[in-house]
Design a protein around this ligand. Structure first.
Ligand code: SME
Length: 150
C-alpha cells in the first residue's frame, strides 16, 4: 500500500499547475481516503515568529485546535522535540489535546526545511495502536517531499 501511495504523493507534489496548499490538501485527502486507519490527516506549521503551531490543510472532521502553543499536546511537544511521536493509546498521555472522543491513537512526524523544524504532519486514528515503523518511514517520505515545495 505505501509503495503505491509514495508514487501518488510524488505525482501530487510534481504537478506544477497546483499551488502549495492545493497539493497539501490533495495529500491529506489521499491519505485519509486510502489508509483505513487514518481518520484525520493534517499539517500544522509554525505560525510566523510565534512559538505556536497553526493548522494548515487537513482532511477529516473540523477541529477547534487551529492554534497549538509549543509544548502543548502531542503536536506542541513535537514542535520542541524534533522527534517522531507515536502514541498507541492517547488516553495514556497526560499532555494530550483531544480533538474527538473517537480518537484512540495519534502519530506526529516533524517536517524539516534546511534542518529546521517548521511544522508537522499529524494523523489521528479511531483504531487502537495502529501505527508501526512503516507509517513512520512513509510519513517521513511525505514530509521530505513537501519540504522541497515550501
Ligand atoms: N491531538 C493533538 C491535537 C491536534 S488534533 O489531533 C487535530 C495533540 O495532542 O497535539
Amino acid at each position: 500500500m505505501f509503495n503505491d501511495l509514495q508514487s501518488k504523493v510524488t505525482d501530487i507534489l510534481e504537478l506544477t499547475s497546483n499551488d502549495t496548499d492545493t497539493k497539501l490538501q490533495q495529500i491529506c485527502n489521499l491519505l485519509q481516503e486510502t489508509i483505513p486507519y487514518y481518520d484525520w490527516v493534517g499539517f500544522y506549521f509554525k505560525n510566523g515568529s510565534k512559538n505556536e503551531l497553526k493548522l494548515g490543510p487537513y482532511a477529516g472532521a473540523p477541529t477547534d485546535h487551529t492554534i497549538i502553543p509549543f509544548g502543548k499536546g502531542i503536536c506542541g511537544q513535537v514542535a520542541l522535540s524534533n522527534q517522531n511521536f507515536v502514541v498507541p493509546d492517547v488516553q495514556a498521555q497526560d499532555n494530550y489535546i483531544a480533538c474527538s472522543i473517537n480518537v484512540k491513537a495519534e502519530i506526529v512526524i516533524p517536517l524539516f526545511v534546511n534542518g529546521e523544524n517548521i511544522g508537522q504532519i499529524d494523523i489521528d486514528s479511531n483504531t487502537a495502536d495502529p501505527f508501526n515503523e512503516e507509517d513512520e518511514r512513509f510519513l517521513e517520505f511525505v514530509n521530505q517531499g513537501v519540504a522541497k515545495i515550501l
